[in-house]
Design a protein around this ligand. Sequence first.
Ligand SMILES: NC(=O)C1=CN([C@@H]2O[C@H](COP(=O)(O)OP(=O)(O)OC[C@H]3O[C@@H](n4cnc5c(N)ncnc54)[C@H](O)[C@@H]3O)[C@@H](O)[C@H]2O)C=CC1
Ligand SMILES: O=C(O)[C@@H]1CCC=N1
Length: 274
Amino acid sequence: MSTPSIAFIGAGNMAFSIIGGLIKQGVDPKKVWATNIDQESLNKLEQEFQVNTTTDNHQAISEADVVVLSVKPQVLKSVVTDLAETLKQNNPLIISIAAGIKAETLQDWIGQPLAIVRCMPNTPALLQCGASGLYKTAEVTDEQANVAETLMNAVGITLWVQNEQGIDAVTAVSGSGPAYYFLFMEAMQQAGEALGLDAETAKQLTLQTALGAARMAIESDDAPSELRRKVTSPGGTTEQAIQTFQKGNLEALVKQAMQAASDRSEELSEILAK
Ligand SMILES: NC(=O)C1=CN([C@@H]2O[C@H](COP(=O)(O)OP(=O)(O)OC[C@H]3O[C@@H](n4cnc5c(N)ncnc54)[C@H](O)[C@@H]3O)[C@@H](O)[C@H]2O)C=CC1
Ligand SMILES: O=C(O)[C@@H]1CCC=N1
């Protein structure tokens, strides 16, 4: 992939995953800049991926074609307002991965309606197994949209949403989603141990089962409901487990949890816009 010069501002966990995925995909590390206020995080990035690092956000964006805003939403305003003049001058494509901060809010902070793509990635990007939702403002050209899509396609699948609210939903599904599956893995592993397996055995069985189920769901023509039915013998063991989940209202709980994630995304956009 021929890459534009990309600067990640606030390269923490999520940026680490994207950068790692890009480098593993063959992106030239010399084209990637990463910043952080924490030198240790930068040392790790430099050691692992040989990308350029600096604690100076201005230096990182000075020659960037693409600026990826990857600090926490709570510090984004101070970072963006500090960089506003350079952003206005250089007019790079801005990709914000921050949860809950609307494109219009970013444009207000910058003081000009620059081209902004909001991207909601997830950490499996590190293994090129990410899933990202993208939303673009009217200022984004087709070419810039292509750049954003190509970049995120290098670390997984990408889907565009037509309205910005869609990003709140993407956040609840795939942005936060890995954590839901990790929680389920933790719970299954603990339950396996409670049933008498040693920790390593419970872990390996749990993780391989998660991988196998995900691959089947992706690769099979059957819907997950049908795949589930094929595991569930009438009067058998799975039926007992599924009935227990259903009595505990698992589906309603999942819906409630994801609504809470989406609500929080909306709430952040209101609180942090000020
Ligand atoms: N972690 C995840 O799974 C996902 C995170 N996101 C979004 O990505 C963004 C980053 O999240 P994480 O990587 O989890 O957070 P993080 O805290 O690991 O990374 C942010 C980094 O920014 C650095 N930083 C703080 N102030 C800075 C400044 N003024 N200049 C440069 N660097 C600065 C921090 O030291 C930190 O290492 C957030 O906005 C979040 O909403 C989006 C999707 C998934
Ligand atoms: O928890 C968060 O706010 C971020 C956004 C999606 C995943 N992590």
